[in-house]
Ligand binder design. Structure first.
Ligand code: SER
Length: 315
């Protein structure tokens, strides 16, 4: 029987992943773990909620014991732009938080899913068709914590046999919970602004290509990897996964097919621009496809259609 804890369950990915896991494994078997932000009514009313601050190992252990947890989806993390503004906080949450989760998992025998990111690459990485195994010398605190996290998860598997697995998520586009302080956030905001104001001022310059993915695929990636046959996994932690690659002009053109008056202009954030320049233009995700059957459902066209339908009703 599966008993799952999701840390960061109030965040962009966690809020939707928790609901999908509840549908699949039963409401009472999926504990939403959150910290400061108020959970939505939907999250609160559909299953158990616990306060879990990952920098407090005892708090994690208490919740794991109380609910007899066997699988942790560890989504609590600081995103790239916030990490550059507050590197000490990013190290504490992204590294000490992960270490605590891994230690609890080792002690109490849990499997652990940890997202890495396109941020785990850097300026010396080949940025086109970025290989699964390649140079990783990121120059951001976010990237440093993501590479260290990948290595730490590999170590806990090799040394202690903890069933650690993970993917390198690209920018995730969603319509329920806003992302908090990432470099790829523009690709979410652009849809909200297109519907509300028919125009958007973008903080990354035209020509900035980045990997992206629609939330249903991000959730599928996490669950499919955790359900995959372990004997097939050569790269346990940090599989490249992607669904599409575009720059601001291309996503704007896709939106214009539905909202012809939509316009985009630019007010570039130098910090985000510098971060984005060191991230892949497009990743090679063939290892994920070969080792656990990864295949995204949504491309830019189908995602845009769905985003506009959902957000038009919501806003
Ligand atoms: N979406 C994340 C960020 O922009 C990348 O993993 O920080």
């Amino acid at each position: 029987m599966k008993n799952i804890l999701v840390t960061g369950a109030v965040g962009q990915i966690g809020s939707e992943l928790t609901m999908s896991l509840r549908e699949r494994f039963g409401n009472d078997n999926v504990v939403a773990g959150g910290r400061k932000t108020k959970p939505s009514e939907k999250l609160l009313n559909s299953g158990p909620f616990e306060i879990v601050d990952c920098v407090d190992a005892q708090e994690i252990a208490n919740v794991v014991k109380k609910h007899d947890i066997d699988t942790i989806y560890h989504l609590a993390a600081i995103l790239s732009a916030v990490a550059e503004a507050n590197p000490v906080l990013a190290w504490n949450v992204n590294i000490n938080g992960l270490y605590n989760v891994l230690e609890v998992a080792r002690d109490l025998k849990c499997a652990v899913f940890t997202p890495s990111s396109i941020g785990a690459f850097g300026p010396t990485t080949p940025l086109d068709n970025t290989p699964q195994d390649t140079i990783q010398r990121p120059n951001t605190m976010y990237g440093v914590t993501k590479v260290a996290g990948e290595l730490l998860c590999d170590y806990y598997f090799k040394r202690f046999g903890v069933d650690t697995r993970g993917v390198r998520y690209p920018g995730i586009i969603s319509n329920e919970t806003l992302p908090g302080g990432g470099t790829t956030d523009y690709a979410v905001e652009i849809y909200y602004e297109a519907i509300k104001h028919k125009k958007y001022t973008c903080n990354l310059p035209a020509g900035t290509f980045l990997d992206m993915m629609y939330m249903p695929d991000a959730i599928k990636a996490g669950i499919d990897l955790m359900e995959a046959d372990p004997t097939r996994l050569k790269h346990r932690n940090a599989f490249n996964v992607t669904a599409m690659s575009f720059d601001p002009e291309i996503i704007a053109a896709a939106i214009r097919k539905h909202i012809p008056e939509f316009t985009i202009d630019y007010d570039v954030d130098p910090v985000k621009k510098a971060i984005a320049e060191t991230w892949p233009n497009s990743m090679d995700d063939s290892a994920a496809r070969a080792e656990w059957g990864w295949e995204p459902e949504y491309d830019l066209e189908t995602m845009t259609k769905d985003m506009i339908e959902v957000l038009s009703k919501k806003l």
